[in-house]
Design a protein. Sequence first.
Length: 317
Amino acid sequence: MSPDEHFHTPVLLDEVLELLAPGPGKTFVDGTLGGGGHAEKLLEAGARVIGLDQDPEALNSTREKRLHRFGAHQFQPVRANFTRLGAVLDELGLPEVDGVLLDLGVSSWQLDTASRGFSFQREGPLDMRMDPDGPLTAADLVNTAPAGELVRIFREYGEEPAARRIAACIVSARASKPFETTMQLALAIEGVVPRRGRIHPATRVFQALRIAVNREIEALESVLGQAAARLRPGGRMAVITFHSIEDRMVKEFFKLRSMPELDRPEWPAPRPNPDYIFRALTRKPVVASAEEQQRNPRSRSAKLRAVEKLQPRIAIL
């Protein structure tokens, strides 16, 4: 099963295009190329796209199949984590771009490929690396991390209320038999937190492990700053998140930089915000329509936020 078979349904596609406003003469960075669904429409609008992805299988499949008709002058795929956004642009001789798109989270193909170890619904190795050459697997974490570190990961990245009980179960079980597969871990969690309703009790723990293995929080913090710095005035940035941790990060990053003034109770009057560089394009997160959610269940948890880079302020002496 190849990546292009699962990357045919980009989330919030129409909304992304409206907010980014692609066109001829504009250059965009798609920091999470995946199957190229968003990139394809940016390219069809005449824009140039630099497509980043750390998964070589996804990158090669998308380049050779979905986006093969676009020449090298218009589409440039690069194997890289988006934390290298600034370095990649430097290597390409691009000081600024007109837009940046980040579609965060794990792809449908990665979830559906058992050998990647992202899903508790499919038996596979406990891996979860988006970059298959990454140094740390989920099995490494589960089998070696102290109980306190597991509790922190499950609480901080998965918001799991039973984090302490699950961590204790893992530490006890791994003493006699290390965890090797996704189903082995999922069954252990289900033994601690019985299944109720639609949501599997392993959902939050698997999310937390994936975030920790791929250092997703640190990566997002890094790329937001780089993207903001590399947008030209009038350039736009759009970010799609799939869980509350990342959405809060994006919301606060955009909010702080979209406020002309800052005010604090101890100040006699508001003061100019030195970080003011954006105009908010979305006051509230854009979510998928009922029709899109029905057609593409992955879109149900998607939230889209976007900003536009302002012209630099000129100091008046």
